[in-house]
Design a binder for this molecule. Structure first.
Ligand SMILES: Nc1ncnc2c1ncn2[C@@H]1O[C@H](COP(=O)(O)OP(=O)(O)OP(=O)(O)O)[C@@H](O)[C@H]1O
Length: 308
């Protein structure tokens, strides 16, 4: 059963001004983020960008030294039990007791969660082809990830947090089973947050995305909106040119000679008009992939963070 939420504005997670240092290393830099209830939220960024550190704050495993974190309206570091009973979490490398058999681990975990759904756990175990009699230490990395996923899902959490689920799960579980689970959770009005550096996977399932680069949120918003405000234009100039022109809204360029491709942010009509004003003919245009937007954004020096 889904509990009534007390959080403001229907946001399951609210992070404001969160900064985290590890010695001289700034792992999170003034992060501001909101995750509305019922969304599938993709946290994207390269290795070391700060995704796991952010997730650890959301779970209350790290206390916000600067800034604030609210999950279901509560501080997860101050009230971990109250928050975590409503959260399912799969870490990058699930830390499971090797000496336990899979079935015993499920029964043990069930005791912590009043909402544990044994029939659902069995159904998941069957679809993941898990042998309940096997000891955890004899499982492969992929099988451990499957067990971790059952543990995260079987109590039907209001918030499911998956840290790099792709690193442990094989493609079949990832694309077919996990995709279906995530969609079902969102349809039921529950919330999923997952981190990944595989942008094509994020693009397939997420409806909101935040891009983290070196601890900063470079942009965050609805995937449709992000894709609707980025354009990939192919420009042809009358003469070859050594450099691309200065074009308002261009985030990144590639090409040479007379043909250049710009990845731009802004309104399509205005971008096309600006290209024509530079003496170019627009010979191609398409919506860029999230991967292309990511590379253009992260590779751009001094780009202004785009707020929600
Ligand atoms: N306990 C720690 N002590 C020191 N530095 C840390 C610690 N935890 C994280 N860091 C550093 O903070 C930065 C962010 O790390 P984090 O694990 O959050 O990144 P990530 O985006 O999750 O990367 P990955 O995809 O590789 O897990 C990295 O530079 C990392 O080395």
């Amino acid at each position: 059963m889904v509990a009534v939420l007390s959080e403001s504005d229907g946001n399951v997670i609210e992070v404001a001004g969160l900064t985290r240092r590890f010695g001289p290393k700034v792992a999170l830099d003034d992060v501001r983020l909101t995750v509305p209830r019922g969304t599938v939220f993709g946290l994207v960024g390269v290795n070391g960008a700060g995704k796991t550190t952010l997730i650890k704050h959301v779970l209350g495993l790290l206390r916000a030294a600067r800034g604030s974190v609210r999950v279901f309206g509560h501080d997860p570091a101050a009230d971990p039990a109250g928050v975590l009973v409503r959260v399912g979490y799969l870490s990058e490398e699930p830390d499971l007791p090797g000496w336990m058999r899979v079935g015993a681990l499920f029964r043990y975990t069930r005791a912590f969660y009043p909402s544990w759904d044994s029939a659902f756990a069995e159904e998941l175990s069957r679809s993941f082809a898990l042998d309940l009699a096997v000891k955890v230490k004899h499982l492969s990395k992929g099988q451990r990830a499957r067990v971790g996923l059952v543990l995260a899902l079987a109590h039907r959490p209001e918030l499911l947090v998956l840290d790099e689920p792709s690193s442990g799960l094989d493609p079949i579980v990832r694309q077919d089973i996990l995709g279906a689970i995530i969609r079902t959770i969102a349809e039921e009005g529950r919330t999923v947050v997952f981190s990944s550096h595989l942008l094509h996977e994020v693009e397939r399932v997420a409806d909101r995305v935040a891009l983290i680069d070196r601890g900063r949120v470079v942009f965050s918003g609805a995937l449709d909106q992000i894709k609707g405000t980025h354009h990939r234009l192919t420009l042809r100039f009358p003469e070859p040119r050594p450099h691309p022109p200065t074009l308002a809204g261009a985030l990144a360029w590639e090409g040479r000679g007379a043909e250049w491709v710009a990845l731009c942010s802004g309104r399509l009509g205005e971008l096309r008009a600006a290209a024509v004003a530079c003496g170019a003919e627009v010979v191609g245009q398409r919506v860029p992939s999230l991967d292309e937007i990511f590379v253009a954004r992260v590779g751009t020096k001094g780009s202004e963070p785009v707020k929600e």
